[in-house]
Design a protein around this ligand. Structure first.
Ligand SMILES: N[C@@H](CCC(=O)N[C@@H](CS)C(=O)NCC(=O)O)C(=O)O
Length: 352
């Protein structure tokens, strides 16, 4: 069964590639639909009202889907209202774990594995444990792992808790265009790289590879004359493209075989993603060490030796991009976010 995003209901599908191609048989890679789709809303209609301090966002900095929530939370200034748990980039057989924390336990939820929050919500849940996840702190129950919805709700439902000067990441008059742009990017790029990387048949890989670069060429053309994807400010569409592009040369080009060219060989996309990387709220959430170790050490079906490459050279991320010459108002009538909270800074090993 396919939903509007092209994702396919397939409870239990492991999206890590840990078990190798045998786990997928010869079928094309299908992304499972998020199983827990309750929404945290201003009116609390699903039983989960927006409330400062009540919920905990669980991410891996390695994960592009979770990183959307990380960027959006920073841009909107939700750090004080929604606390953050960062999982170890390397899962074990019990999936995401809190081995970066003292005593290997998340200090707020008191759990060692994210699966404990899934189990608290639904006993014997048969599906995979995935990030991003939002957990209700008082009950310890998972509320949602719906990565497509989480950032839209941050933008439109959590407004009472936004910082002063927070941008509008999903402006009402542009929503149809944003949705359309995000849909194409989701199918061909965000998920396209996974379809290429986890393909078990040559023809599936080739189809995915062509989709990735056909769409990237279109996006590159679009961005040649405008600073952002839709309108003249940063929107959720830019966040979603950013989290895939920032990983491109480090993992998708080599590990997932999306190697027609590196991003650094496309002057428009390279400048676009550098511009965002250097914008407060984007690059300060990115940990290249977590990204590389996760992809190369966890997807042992794709990389059986588990060897993590030393490259690529990251120094270019901080050099001038000149995209400001295109105009654009990154935060619209708002302002950039303040500094990263001290306990959320990306360690030096993950930075250029
Ligand atoms: N919730 C979605 C998307 C999020 C997602 O794929 N996250 C990955 C990390 S990038 C994950 O947590 N995978 C764990 C697993 O499938 O075991 C899904 O189940 O496919």
């Amino acid at each position: 069964m396919s939903d509007a995003t092209g994702a396919t209901e397939a409870k239990g599908t492991d999206t890590t590639g840990r078990e190798g191609n045998a786990a997928y048989g010869k079928k094309p890679f299908k992304r499972s639909r998020s199983h827990f789709a309750d929404r945290i809303t201003a009116d609390g209609r699903d039983g989960w009202p927006v409330e400062a301090g009540r919920y905990r966002l669980v991410v891996s900095r390695a994960c592009p889907w979770a990183s959307r929530a990380l960027v959006s939370r920073r841009l909107l200034g939700l750090e004080g209202a929604l606390s953050l748990a960062i999982a170890d980039p390397i899962q074990d057989e019990r999936s995401w774990r809190f081995t970066l924390d003292p005593d290997d336990r998340d200090p707020v939820l008191g759990i060692r594995f994210l699966s404990e929050a899934y189990d608290a919500r639904e006993t014997e849940y048969p599906g995979g444990v995935s990030v991003p996840a939002i957990v209700d702190v008082p009950s310890g129950k998972l509320v949602t792992n719906d990565y497509q919805r989480i950032t839209l709700d941050f933008a439109t439902e959590w407004t009472a808790l936004h910082r002063p000067g927070a941008p509008d990441l999903y402006p009402e008059p542009l929503r149809d265009e944003i949705d359309e742009v995000m849909e194409g990017i989701y199918l061909d790029v965000n998920n396209g790289v996974y379809r290429a990387g986890f393909a078990a048949k040559q023809s599936d890989y080739e189809r995915a590879y062509r989709d990735v670069f056909r769409r990237l060429d279109l996006v590159s053309e679009r961005l040649a004359g405008q600073r952002y994807l839709v309108g003249d400010t940063i929107t959720d569409a830019d966040i979603r493209l950013f989290t895939t592009l920032v990983r491109f040369d480090a993992v998708y080009h080599g590990h997932f075989k999306c190697n027609r060219n590196k991003l650094t060989e496309d002057p428009v996309l390279q400048a676009y993603v550098k511009d965002l990387y250097q914008t407060p709220g984007f690059g300060d959430t990115v940990d290249f060490d977590h990204i590389k170790r996760h992809y190369y050490k966890v997807h042992l079906g794709v990389n059986p030796t588990g060897i993590v490459p030393l490259g690529p050279d990251l120094s270019g991320w901080l050099t001038p991009h000149h995209r400001e010459e295109l105009g654009g108002r990154p935060f619209g009538d708002g302002t950039p976010p303040g500094p990263v909270p001290a306990d959320e800074e990306v360690p030096e090993a993950g930075r250029p």
